[in-house]
Design a protein around this ligand. Sequence first.
Ligand code: F6P
Length: 344
Amino acid sequence: MERVGVLTGGGDCPGLNAVIRAIVKTALPNKIKVVGIKNGWKGMITLDATDLDLDAIAGILPKGGTILGTSRTNPFKNKGDVEKVVDTYKKLKLDALIAIGGEDTLGVANKLCKENKGLNVVGVPKTIDNDLNATDYTFGFDTAVNIAMEAIDRLHTTAESHHRIMVVEIMGRHAGWIALHSGLAAGADIILIPEIPIDLDEVCELLRKRHSRGRLFSIVAVAEGAEFKAGQVVTKEQQLDAFGHVRLGGIGETLAEEIEKRTKFETRVTVLGHIQRGGSPTAFDRVLGTRFGVKAMELAMAKKFGYMVSLAGTEIREVPIEEAVGKLKTVDKAFYDMAKTFFG
Ligand code: F6P
């Protein structure tokens, strides 16, 4: 093992730099060179890479985003791109490639392994959405939850002053983890997630009940992927990305309009958007990213390819990459039902 490549793909998230730093810090004492691939799989198609030495990783631990850049490029989309990826791997004389990403980036890694393209791949799970299977948590999630929690705390005071309903739209794609965790942590009065269709009658009834007992303000936390009962996902545009995902967003606005129309309570909407993905990682995400990075490098050195590092309870383990992709990890009904104790 002499040269290991590392790339970060998909939406960025806090903690990526902690992983990169841990990979380099584990590799160098073992006389292994680390090559940083720029902008995810795109850099493997265009051969855009840089050496990662101690200088390159100095001071990056508290930094959000990724020093390598990222993209949502799918090499399996355009003819000839997979061959370019294989070519870059050979030209850079890589012995292994560590792919840090979510379902899409790791899906590509898995396909490259399955199709025996000659690439030795190790995966590291990343996403604020926490929707990856085969790991209890992904780094980035804790930071996003804390940002959303603080936002809801702040919305509480202005909601109370103005006797308003505040609808807050929270990221998470088709999983309600961020909305549920931040909503619970900040005491949202109603939490709506993609796993359970929104019943507008129920939502308005809860809000009216709160009003009737003198609570003249309410916080409604809604996940961006939530859908109305017998309705469709509200999308900003129907355009799909390279992995076939629609861009979500807009449910908060529609929900706020419906609530105001039906209850006549003054309602406002806040869309947290990419603020949830920006800035410095929490201690939890820095430590999880660090543990993942060390373990990923250990797997590469042990020539254990086709595996992804994962958190099981408090332990860092490895699981076949294919266990993580293909099916999303969504919120279970029992957890949501528990949260309902605090609704209204
Ligand atoms: O997967 C992470 C995520 O932030 C989702 O929560 C969100 O739906 C999506 O990425 C936004 O993607 P983009 O950064 O391409 O707008």
